[in-house]
Design a protein around this ligand. Structure first.
Ligand SMILES: Cc1cc2nc3c(=O)[nH]c(=O)nc-3n(C[C@H](O)[C@H](O)[C@H](O)COP(=O)(O)OP(=O)(O)OC[C@H]3O[C@@H](n4cnc5c(N)ncnc54)[C@H](O)[C@@H]3O)c2cc1C
Length: 362
């Protein structure tokens, strides 16, 4: 058994953000995670507000900076929304995770690969875990950042409502006639959208649905979409759930704090999860560095929980009102959204900004 100041389970965006802050503050941090050989399914689009939250520049892993977004309903007509400065950067998720792990390592966090966890044991003053390889770790606090299928949550008996679901693949650029801009196509899947994210040497293509079960983004549907948009099939297709349940879930179980998708920190309208992962990881670290993390963590994350509650209502309305709502997005609302994103605003802040501008006009 090795003793640490904090354990972090999961070395994705939430786990690395937490590990960086804790190690930078001088704590002995063990990050226990599955190896990243295959990489987590993720389109790697990082909005400006997320870029601004990292403690370091992610420039070395940025493939494209995006100022234009093509939006359609059922593939046509397409409207190109333009922002004066980039609202999003494109990364390749395996590279982004490896880069963030490297940054946390430089601060002193120690990474341990595992095939999975065998046991979690909680006591009044600490928590211990044993991996499938038989290694044991203990610490006063554990941050569970092991994603939407969190094993830690499962082992502690936590339940959550269904989240969102997405499936993705990639098309090498050499297979393409035309290299597309960043694109969101609403109406190609029920309760969601199709996307094209250009990454330099390939295009990431995917389907998102806001609630798993309402519709399932299947392989065949993805290939139909890819064929219709790019005239060629996608390779390396993989799907994964997204945690969107923060408004309806507990953040703390004894000495375990949940962060990122394990806590349901992704917004459900577009399925943007990297921002929620980074801020919740940082806020979980902040809580662990203070007194009574179990009390302070829900408090410091309350603003994001409230924002996600509002975005969930907005999302239900948006998908319920298609295609009218997508027409609105193709108009001034969309321009306001990309420009708000380029200023580092969240969806909720963009909405308030837009409402304010409308009432001033009225
Ligand atoms: C297809 C798809 C496309 C997406 N595209 C975008 C996008 O473009 N932009 C965006 O902002 N969001 C996107 N998202 C959402 C985003 O990927 C997630 O919200 C984000 O990755 C959550 O980060 P996380 O660190 O909480 O969890 P994850 O990234 O899932 O990381 C979890 C970590 O825990 C590890 N782990 C898992 N199980 C165990 C275990 N039992 N033991 C130890 N370690 C374990 C994993 O190896 C991983 O390191 C997408 C999601 C999907 C599915």
């Amino acid at each position: 058994m090795t003793n640490w100041d904090v354990l972090v389970v999961g070395a994705g965006q939430a786990g690395c953000a937490a590990a960086w802050d804790l190690a930078a503050a001088g704590l002995r941090v063990a990050v226990i995670s599955r190896p990243h050989s295959r990489g987590k399914p993720c389109a790697g689009g990082v909005t400006e507000k997320a870029v601004a939250r990292y403690r370091f520049s992610i420039e070395p892993v940025v493939r494209e900076a995006v100022t234009s977004l093509a939006v359609s309903y059922s593939l046509s007509p397409v409207r190109h929304l333009k922002a004066a400065t980039p609202f999003c950067v494109m990364t390749e998720r395996t590279q982004l995770d490896a880069f963030c792990r490297g940054q946390a390592k430089q601060q002193g966090a120690v990474f341990h690969d595992t095939a999975g966890l065998r046991v979690i044991h909680q006591k009044a003053d600490g928590v211990s875990v044993e991996t499938r390889e038989g290694e044991s770790f203990s610490a006063p606090w554990l941050i569970a950042a092991d994603g939407a299928n969190s094993a830690v949550a499962r082992m502690l008996g936590e339940r959550h409502p269904p989240g969102a679901m997405a499936i993705e693949g990639c098309v090498p650029r050499k297979n393409l006639r035309d290299y597309p801009p960043m694109t969101l196509d609403f109406g190609v899947v029920r309760g969601g959208y199709g996307w094209l994210f250009p990454k330099g040497d390939h295009v990431n293509v995917g389907l998102y649905v806001w609630q798993h079960g309402v519709a399932a983004p299947e392989r065949a549907a993805l290939q139909r979409y890819c064929q219709a948009r790019l005239g060629t099939p996608a390779e390396h297709v993989a799907g994964y759930p997204l945690g969107t349940w923060l408004p309806k879930t507990r953040l703390v179980n004894g000495r375990v704090l949940f962060a990122g998708d394990a806590a349901g920190c992704t917004e459900m309208l577009l399925g943007e999860g990297i921002y929620g992962a980074v801020i919740s990881g940082q806020l979980a670290a902040q809580a662990v560095l203070g007194a009574r993390p179990d009390v302070s963590y829900p408090r410091v994350l309350a603003g994001w929980r409230e924002e996600l509650q509002q975005v969930t209502q907005l999302g239900r309305l948006f998908y319920g009102l298609l295609p009218v709502s997508s027409r609105m997005l193709q108009g001034r609302l969309g321009d306001s959204l990309v420009n708000g994103f380029s200023q580092g605003l969240t969806l909720g802040q963009c909405k308030r900004h837009w409402r304010g501008a409308q009432s001033l006009k009225g």
